[in-house]
Design a protein around this ligand. Structure first.
Ligand SMILES: *[C@@H]1O[C@H](CO)[C@@H](O)[C@H](O)[C@H]1NC(C)=O
Ligand SMILES: *[C@@H]1O[C@H](CO)[C@@H](O)[C@H](O)[C@H]1NC(C)=O
Ligand SMILES: *[C@@H]1O[C@H](CO)[C@@H](O)[C@H](O)[C@H]1NC(C)=O
Length: 263
């Protein structure tokens, strides 16, 4: 075998071995709200899933689409950053970060026992793993972990800080939704085209209603989380006292002092 044949055979073998993740990989793209985004069947089907929120929670569909698109716009504005991001994982982690908000009575995502972030993380994993295009060697534990961590840790301010840049950027993309001045990481024209196609006019009223619904329908899953405060404020009969970790510690403390008074 000639050296050149060996080299090209190796190159071919290299090309067919799946990259451990999709960082910087050239995937098909399309434009949504004039923002260039990754366009795989997995991403298309994730969009189709969150579109199902529109009849009952139109604000939720717009929120997850904006979260994804704001992140994509920030990447398009910085080639160095973009090359370090797994764009498909980012799409799934942002589009599916609020599956746990699904108020449809027959929701395939919302469990009885888990807080909403865990329902979202578990739902996104299930969606990826059951998708017909998913190959185990491509969606390995690392990539699945980025998505799960971002969704599960989305509401906890500083724990994600030392996680992978992938997880951080999924959460950061959702963070562009918070009130405040426009970020310098995103071009003004991109903000304008995203907000024109996915208006932000009801998100906080929708959030207020959704978080109150979580406290009312799944109180046990949400004690010791910020959802507890919505229960205390708005749900008649909701009483967190006795369920908080604080109460557990105080109970242990009282028992310990009684058993070992002089230690
Ligand atoms: C682009 O992203 C890289 C990597 O995150 C960062 O170091 C750099 O400061 C960014 N450039 C600009 C102009 O924001
Ligand atoms: C927030 O939700 C609670 C419970 O549904 C409701 O009583 C309250 O009016 C809501 N606030 C606004 C400003 O919509
Ligand atoms: C909440 O529950 C605790 C513990 O059962 C009880 O002591 C307290 O009175 C309750 N508070 C209200 C407002 O019902």
């Amino acid at each position: 075998m000639k050296v050149s044949t060996i080299v090209s055979a190796l190159a071919f073998a290299g090309a067919t071995v799946a990259a451990p993740n999709h960082k910087g990989k050239h995937l098909p793209t399309t434009k949504i709200a004039n923002i260039e985004v990754v366009d795989t069947q997995l991403v298309r089907d994730a969009i189709a899933e969150v579109k199902k929120f529109i009849p009952l929670q139109p604000y939720l569909y717009n929120h997850v689409m904006r979260s994804w698109l704001f992140g994509a716009a920030a990447f398009n504005n910085n080639a160095t950053l973009k090359a370090s991001i797994d764009l498909e994982a980012h799409a799934i982690g942002t589009l599916m970060h609020d599956l746990g908000w699904d108020m449809r009575p027959n929701s395939p995502w919302v469990s009885k026992q888990h807080r909403f972030e865990v329902d979202g993380g578990a739902g996104a994993l299930k969606f990826i793993q059951e998708h017909p295009t998913t190959k185990k060697c491509e969606w390995n534990e690392l990539r699945l972990g980025w998505v799960y961590d971002a969704i599960a840790l989305q509401a906890i301010a500083d724990i994600p800080e030392f996680k992978s840049i992938q997880t951080q950027w999924m959460i950061k993309s959702v963070g562009f939704e918070f009130p405040g001045p426009r970020s310098p990481l995103i071009k003004n024209e991109d903000y304008d085209s995203i907000l024109a196609e996915f208006p932000n006019d009801y998100l906080f009223r929708g959030t207020n209603a959704t978080f109150t619904w979580m406290a009312a329908t799944k109180p046990d899953a949400h004690y010791n989380t910020f959802i507890q405060d919505f229960g205390t404020a708005f749900v008649p009969g909701f009483n967190a006292t006795g369920h908080r970790l604080f109460d557990v510690i105080q109970g242990g403390l009282a028992a310990e002092v009684a058993a070992h008074p002089s230690s």
